[in-house]
Structure formats: C-alpha cells, structure tokens
Design a protein around this ligand. Sequence first.
Ligand code: SF4
Ligand code: SF4
Length: 84
Amino acid sequence: MPGSGEEEKRGKNPENLQNPRNLRLHLDMEKCMRCGACVAVCPVDGALILHTTYLEIVHEKCVRCGQCVTVCPMGALSLQSDRP
Ligand code: SF4
Ligand code: SF4
C-alpha cells in the first residue's frame, strides 16, 4: 500500500523528533468509551469520526492542536512523535 510505505519513510526521518508537524494523534482504544467529547471540541470537521463501536482518527485532516487530548476524560488520546 502506498500509504503505509510513505508512513514508514517519514518515520525513519530524524527530523520527526523535533518537528511538531510530525506529531501524530494516537488513540488507546481500550481506554476510549466513545463519549464524543473529543469530537465536540475538535475544530476540524471530519478529523474525528465517532462510529458505533470505535472512534476513528482521520490523520490527513487532524492539525494536531491537542484540544481533544485535553478534554478526553479517559486519557485515551495523546500526541506522539510520528515514529515506527
Ligand atoms: S473524549 Fe476520549 S473517551 Fe471520549 S470519545 Fe474521545 S477518545 Fe474516547
Ligand atoms: S488534535 Fe486537534 S485537530 Fe486533531 S483530532 Fe484532536 S482536536 Fe481535532
């Protein structure tokens, strides 16, 4: 898949450790109770999609503002370096 190959390439770039643009939103699905608070606070339409059984992060739309991380009552979201 082209997507996974590109992701792997970026992950090996050492600049990713210093560049906030290369942070990536991470979800711990075991902690998420699908309350929707993150979706409500997100300023970008479509960056988070609440499905019946899981929360989807649309990484192409996420601007890594961290607001969802702040409001999540379960600590399920975090911004992490985009590394393998
Ligand atoms: S705010 Fe946290 S617990 Fe609620 S849906 Fe979002 S990630 Fe899941
Ligand atoms: S980091 Fe910001 S843009 Fe990305 S999903 Fe969370 S609230 Fe939305």
